[in-house]
Ligand binder design. Sequence first.
Ligand SMILES: NC(=O)c1ccc[n+]([C@@H]2O[C@H](COP(=O)([O-])OP(=O)(O)OC[C@H]3O[C@@H](n4cnc5c(N)ncnc54)[C@H](OP(=O)(O)O)[C@@H]3O)[C@@H](O)[C@H]2O)c1
Length: 311
Amino acid sequence: MTGTENGSAQEPKFLIFGKSGWIGGLVGELLNQQGAQFEYGTARLEDRAGVLADIERVKPTHVLNAAGVTGRPNVDWCEDHKIETIRANVIGCLNLADICLQKGLHMTYYGTGCIFHYDDGKFVQGNGVGFKESDTPNFTGSYYSHTKAIVENLLKEFPNVLTLRVRMPIVADMTYPRNFITKIIKYDKVIDIPNSMTVLPELLPLSIEMARRKLTGIMNFTNPGAISHNEILALYKEYVDEEFTWSNFTVEEQAKVIVAPRSNNLLDTDRISGEFPELLGIKESLIKYVFEPAAANKEEVKKAVREMRGR
Ligand SMILES: NC(=O)c1ccc[n+]([C@@H]2O[C@H](COP(=O)([O-])OP(=O)(O)OC[C@H]3O[C@@H](n4cnc5c(N)ncnc54)[C@H](OP(=O)(O)O)[C@@H]3O)[C@@H](O)[C@H]2O)c1
């Protein structure tokens, strides 16, 4: 896996799985902007012959796996669809990693950091100690997270794989339903817990660079630091709509309106900051990539968000 052919540097060619998905779509847009060579895979991940045919057709140098079951409208779906979740998130993901290994290809996997939870020992909420890449997942409260923790543990053995722990991904469009900010702006009540989060416009380009560098192992793929729900909503109020109000509830009250528990955590970002020292802290990144652009278009954003909230 030298990335060279006949002694000369080979232009990377990316094969992306997850064409119809949020992250897969964004990664394709980015590669397009970069003028990079890429194609989307058409196979289901668990279909070995289909994946091999995609690789034969595209002849990639790098594979980007943004495919997986995330559940609609949310991860609670996985509680009642365990076999489908195992098939995509465990069997499919391992199948692709194994084929890539046999073909000498690097694979970047967009996984999740929602496999950790604050505890009463070393990782107390607010004490600033983040879960490292080497820490063993301690949150399997939802079936989605359970499958993600299993696959991460198995993928560790593959020398060709980079696993990115994505968390609460955020984009600038505050009406996009999968955007973490959209979710908390829309809900009647929100909990207020500091969390590590992934500002996609800043971090997704870095994932492509990591693939080019053929980094492997696990990477906490979040901006440094943690930010709470209330801090984000206060930024929205400051930058976009000074009349915006919200109310909080406790984790116990939240549990009554969801099926499976959700994870809250701080991830350690020494590895990603070592690789990319310019990476912004979570609050600075949110201001630069989300709230300053929103402020520049304040009336339109405010109107769209008010319509979405229906109040
Ligand atoms: N969005 C989040 O909040 C979040 C947070 C942390 C981590 N992540 C992780 O990031 C990755 C991408 O997430 P996303 O939000 O972009 O997901 P998404 O919007 O739900 O898209 C998932 C993609 O995976 C494809 N897919 C599902 N099962 C497949 C299978 N068995 N074989 C081939 N393709 C399959 C889907 O295609 P079809 O429509 O054809 O099924 C779709 O293109 C996932 O691993 C997810 O766990 C997401």
